[in-house]
Design a protein around this ligand. Structure first.
Ligand SMILES: *[C@@H]1O[C@H](CO)[C@@H](O)[C@H](O)[C@H]1NC(C)=O
Ligand SMILES: *[C@@H]1O[C@H](CO)[C@@H](O)[C@H](O)[C@H]1NC(C)=O
Ligand SMILES: *[C@@H]1O[C@H](CO)[C@@H](O)[C@H](O)[C@H]1NC(C)=O
Ligand SMILES: *[C@@H]1O[C@H](CO)[C@@H](O)[C@H](O)[C@H]1NC(C)=O
Ligand SMILES: *[C@@H]1O[C@H](CO)[C@@H](O)[C@H](O)[C@H]1NC(C)=O
Ligand SMILES: *[C@@H]1O[C@H](CO)[C@@H](O)[C@H](O)[C@H]1NC(C)=O
Ligand SMILES: *[C@@H]1O[C@H](CO)[C@@H](O)[C@H](O)[C@H]1NC(C)=O
Length: 371
């Protein structure tokens, strides 16, 4: 009897600790071996996936919203980093790995950004509802997830930003090669971990930036990426983006590693169900318009992209993405954009009736890291 009670007690403890986990992350670069997780487990997607953060490691909790108004260039990106600058050289040099950063493009395309460094960070995860939270202490930046809604609260008067972003997920989470299940790869490319918790979300942005009200509604997105190796060790170039096209939510990834091998991830959802989620080589092609492929640092930024996606049953989605606004200052290695999209669903040869034209908005970026 005592033995049974003892076992029950242990079980209760185990399930309690599975339900809620608290991760405290220091701001200093750790002089240790970083262990990165590259296979999915039952751990919630928002749990840290690389630990500790040494000078080669980076991890991001990334959120954005792009306006659904095709006449507006409004967008916002908020990122919570646990990243050393050496591992991800696009960051500003700092001794702290805990930057919280916001980038905005106003409706007229004017850019603004701000960054604050935390003294420490706390991430919590819970298995119930996959709830999570992140608090970058001292910056005024935090997020909370309850059920399928993320709220990012910003009270960062030192950098002139105050308000909230609320994102209600409308498309199922996915991993590089498919739906979220245990035992799947988390690598979208060599040593690049990626988990897309929110491919699309009905989102409301309600911010005040240095006294200017900045409010809009749009398509939201959340993912995280991580590695135990510097970003430039493995990646030569990449194209990534997300958007909403009529009833469809779209996420694309097409990257070239330093050995010239192409790695892709394709995702389309409709009515809160996955239509396709795949990393098969033929599942998606993303190619620049107005520039050459493969991209190197000296190739100009494209004016858009053509994306061809396999939806199964001999059906493809052909998407034209058109750059409308820049989200970054000129930089040969990195460019972020907002734009509009048009798409056609093309059925098997001879079937013309399911050929529908779709329109929408997107937020996307590219890296070119080699010459
Ligand atoms: C790591 O090593 C560097 C250089 O030796 C040192 O400056 C730094 O304080 C160390 N960091 C920690 C967290 O021990
Ligand atoms: C960080 O840890 C990884 C192992 O996962 C190791 O390959 C790398 O050399 C370490 N970096 C530093 C700067 O110690
Ligand atoms: C664009 O919008 C921002 C924010 O409202 C404003 O500060 C800026 O003056 C505008 N720029 C132009 C060129 O109208
Ligand atoms: C707000 O203004 C301050 C002072 O000019 C500036 O440092 C900061 O970057 C601004 N914030 C944003 C988000 O543009
Ligand atoms: C976690 O999510 C569930 C919904 O699945 C909700 O009922 C519960 O209150 C949440 N817990 C916390 C601590 O927010
Ligand atoms: C992480 O992912 C976001 C969006 O998916 C992307 O903008 C960013 O450049 C990525 N960073 C790294 C270091 O992989
Ligand atoms: C984007 O919008 C512009 C202006 O309305 C239009 O001319 C263009 O065809 C659109 N492009 C795509 C790919 O939807």
């Amino acid at each position: 009897m005592r033995r049974i009670l003892f076992l029950l007690g242990l079980q209760a403890l185990a399930s309690a600790s599975q339900q809620r986990q608290v991760f405290q992350i220091p701001s200093a670069i750790q002089n240790k071996t970083s262990i990165a997780q590259f296979t999915s487990t039952s751990t919630p997607l928002d749990a840290p996936k690389v630990h500790p953060i040494n000078a080669s490691a980076f991890e991001w909790w990334y959120f954005n919203v792009v306006s659904s108004d095709p006449d507006s260039l409004a967008s916002v990106i908020v990122t919570f980093f646990t990243s050393s600058q050496r591992a991800f050289p696009v960051l500003d040099p700092s001794d702290s790995v805990l930057a919280a950063r916001i980038w905005v493009s106003f409706p007229n395309g004017t850019l603004a950004q701000a960054e604050a460094f935390a003294s420490s960070a706390t991430v919590t995860t819970a298995s119930e509802g996959a709830n999570s939270s992140g608090d970058w202490h001292g910056t005024g930046f935090r997020w909370t997830k309850v059920s399928s809604t993320y709220t990012i609260e910003i009270d960062a008067l030192s950098v002139g930003v105050k308000g909230s972003i609320v994102m209600q997920s409308t498309a199922p989470a996915h991993l590089p090669c498919g739906a979220v299940v245990e035992g799947e790869t988390l690598q979208v490319g060599p040593h690049i971990g990626w988990a897309n918790g929110v491919p699309d979300a009905a989102s409301i942005v309600n911010l005040e930036i240095n006294g200017t009200a900045f409010t809009f509604e749009g398509s939201g997105y959340h993912d995280k990426n991580w590695s135990d190796q510097p970003f430039t060790t493995h990646v030569a170039s990449w194209y990534w983006g997300h958007g909403r096209l009529g009833p469809y939510s779209l996420v694309w990834f097409d990257l070239l590693d330093v050995n010239g091998v192409e790695h892709v991830s394709a995702y389309v959802a409709k009515d809160n169900q996955i239509v396709t989620a795949s990393c098969a080589p033929q599942s998606i092609f993303v190619r620049p318009i107005g520039s050459s492929y493969p991209p190197v640092m000296s190739t100009p930024n494209p004016t858009g992209y053509h994306i061809s996606l396999d939806l199964g049953d001999e059906t493809r989605m052909e998407v034209d993405v058109n750059v409308l606004g820049d989200l970054s200052e000129p930089n040969p290695a990195y460019a972020g954009f907002v734009g509009n999209m048009s798409a056609w669903i093309v059925g098997p040869p001879g079937t013309r009736e399911n050929r529908a034209e779709l329109h929408g908005v997107a937020l996307f970026d590219q890296f070119k890291l080699i010459e």
